[in-house]
Structures are given as C-alpha cells and as structure tokens.
Write a protein that binds this ligand. Structure first.
Ligand SMILES: [Zn+2]
Length: 367
C-alpha cells in the first residue's frame, strides 16, 4: 500500500488522569506521559482527582514535584474546586495550573460540588485568564450555563455524551456564550450495547450511551459544535477492574489517534477536522501555543489491530480484549525536536525536556 504521511503539529490532550502519587500502582507520571508520547501526544493536561486531590497548596506542590521529575512530555495540571470551599487557595494556585476543574456531577469525596450557592462562588471567584472545565451531565449543564450567562467566564464542558446535551450546548454557542465542548473516543466508538459485553472494562463516567446519542456526537463534530476530542485517559489495574467494586475509567491516550485515523480512512472525519480536534483547538482553548518543531507523524494509509499488551504504560495488558479499538487504525509515530529517532519504549532519555504549561505563552520544547 502506498503510504500517506502527514504531520500533525502540537497534539495536546486536555483531559487525562495520569495517576501517580497515592495511585502509583495504577500508573505513574512517567508511565502515563510515556503512553501520551506513544499515542502521538506531546502535551497533556492532568485532572485533579487522583488522591490526594489537587485542592490545596500541599497537594498541588506534591503533584508539581512528582510530575516535574517524571514527565516525558509537556504537561499542565488542573486545580480542583472543593466542596469545602477552597477559594482562598485560588490566587496562589492560579499561576501553577492550566485551569480549574469543577465536578458538578458524578464523583465522590470533597471534589463533588453540587451546592448551587458554592458552585456560583467557586466559578465566579476563579481568576480570569484560564478556563474552568466542568464535569456536568444532563440538567446540571443548564445550571452551569446559567452561571456562564451571568459571569461570561470561559467554560469547557468535558466528555459530552448525549444528544440532549449537544442540543443545550449548540444553543449556548448560537447565543455566543464562551463555552467549548469535548467528547471522548469511547463515546464516539462504543455504545451501551458494548457496555453489556465489556462489563467492568466498559465502565466509565459518563457511561456509554445509545446509538442515537453516538450519532448526535458525530453530527456535532460535522457541524463544528465539538471543539475537542479528549481521551479522559483513566487507567486502573486489571485486578481492580475484575474486583467486586470495579472503578470507573478506561485508558485512551494510545488509542485515540489510531481510532480517529480510522475515522479519516472511512471518511467519517476530515484530516483538517482531526487536527483541529486534537491539536489546534485544545491549544487555543487553554492558551498553549505549539512549537513548529513538535509534531506527530501519521501514515494515514497504514493499518494495524489494536491488540492487548502493546501499551507503554506501567501495567501492560490493561488494554484488554474488551477494548475494541477497531482493526485498520492508522499507525502512529510521534516525534518532536529532541525526540526524533528515539524509541518511546525507552523514553527515559527525554525526561529533562518536558515543560510545564502553567504560564500561557511560555511552552516550548528544550532541545
Ligand atoms: Zn475525567
């Protein structure tokens, strides 16, 4: 087959759960940023809910220290809004993070903020200049949109998964509210029918939805309502997934680009749109410029099967047979200045080249 090589500049996944710290048995900042590079991503933004949750100075410092020492790719971290009202921490935290994450739905512990008065206080107090990312589902999206109408602070809605939610956000965009929309590859490629087969391995939040919802997500991509495809990479061990209380979350950093490459091959997605969804848009939303010398090489004509045991992460084999990646995905080779011709199976050599993305405009690879 004749190869069809394209270069995608500056792939950034703005929604990952890299683990490390108290959950280092699931993955480390080293293993998960290596997975990012193996999947084509040269930058990732890490969510705040790995214990200890990133809701205060001590937890933020611990994460910054650990990720700073371990990361193989560029990175940023979110600060977490807390139900214990942590606005007093905002000013100090702001300069070190890429934005704030608010869990207005579907989480446990101190990160769940479902008191509308506190929600308004947290959102309205967060300093201007870095977005607020929301986990909000169904009617909670309307609650958040009311706040956006009042305060006009940019909000990124994470992992939107239903037709109803797309309709709400389409209307919000028509009204020119400062909102952006992310969807995940698992909601684009799997449905609740797959969830029944996958069992705990298909367990994530938001859960897999109907075929109609899946169609709505693809239409929303066509119509330009979706701004970002975010992996929501959230690895667990196979033992945990097989336990009586399996945790929510699936890995995704290494499968997102191959799956989207498959969609390009099948002409469900244009290459231009793919680049916007995985690179240009997330960088615009979070104010992170890309470096012309940092790019991912993709052969759009190539095909391979996403098989168990090929991942770069710590617990090999977590890409189980249950994760139907789809045969025929485009192969991926990620490269960047300083990374060229270095194998990601041995990423230790590039450790010192990772750059923190906490200050807008300062991101660049050191070579
Ligand atoms: Zn998430």
């Amino acid at each position: 087959m004749v190869s069809q090589i394209v270069k995608i500049q500056g792939m950034m996944d703005p929604h990952v759960h890299l683990r490390g710290m108290d959950w280092s048995h699931k993955g480390t900042f080293a293993s998960e940023t290596a997975a990012a590079l193996a999947g084509g991503y040269t930058a990732v933004l890490d969510m705040p809910n790995t214990p200890p949750p990133t809701v205060n100075r001590a937890a933020l410092n611990r994460k910054l220290d650990e990720i700073g020492r371990q990361a193989y790719c560029d990175w940023g971290v979110f600060f977490g809004a807390s139900q214990e009202d942590n606005v007093a921490e905002f000013d100090r935290a702001f300069v070190h993070v890429c934005g704030m994450k608010v869990y207005a739905d579907a989480t446990t512990g101190t990160l769940l903020v479902n008191d509308p008065v506190l929600l308004e206080k947290l959102y309205s107090t967060w300093p201007d200049g870095k977005p607020v990312a929301f986990h909000a589902e169904g009617e909670t999206i309307e609650t958040v949109l009311k706040l956006v109408r009042r305060y006009r602070k940019p909000v990124h809605f994470c992992h939107i998964s239903t037709a109803e939610e797309i309709n709400l956000l389409m209307t919000a965009k028509e009204a020119r509210l400062p909102v952006t929309v992310g969807v995940t590859p698992h909601h684009l490629f799997l449905t609740e029918d797959d969830a029944r087969v996958l069992g705990p391995k298909g367990l994530m939040k938001p859960g897999l939805k109907s075929k109609g919802d899946q169609r709505a997500l693809w239409l929303a991509i066509d119509w330009g309502i979706v701004d970002v495809i975010e992996s929501d990479h959230a690895p667990h061990t196979l033992q945990e997934k097989a336990s009586a209380n399996p945790p929510y979350g699936v890995p995704g950093l290494e499968t997102t680009l191959p799956l989207l490459g498959l969609a390009v091959q099948q002409e469900r997605l244009s290459l231009d749109r793919l680049v916007a969804l995985v690179a240009t848009n997330p960088r615009r939303i979070f104010g992170v410029p890309s470096n012309a010398g940092t790019y991912t090489v993709v052969d759009l004509a190539s095909q391979y099967v996403i098989a168990p045991g090929i991942c770069a992460r710590r617990a090999a084999g977590r890409r189980s047979r249950g994760w139907r990646g789809g045969p025929g995905a485009g192969s991926v080779d990620s490269r960047a200045e300083g990374l060229r011709r270095r194998k990601h199976s041995r990423p230790r050599r590039v450790r010192r080249e990772s750059v923190r993305l906490d200050s807008i405009g300062s991101s660049k690879w050191r070579t």
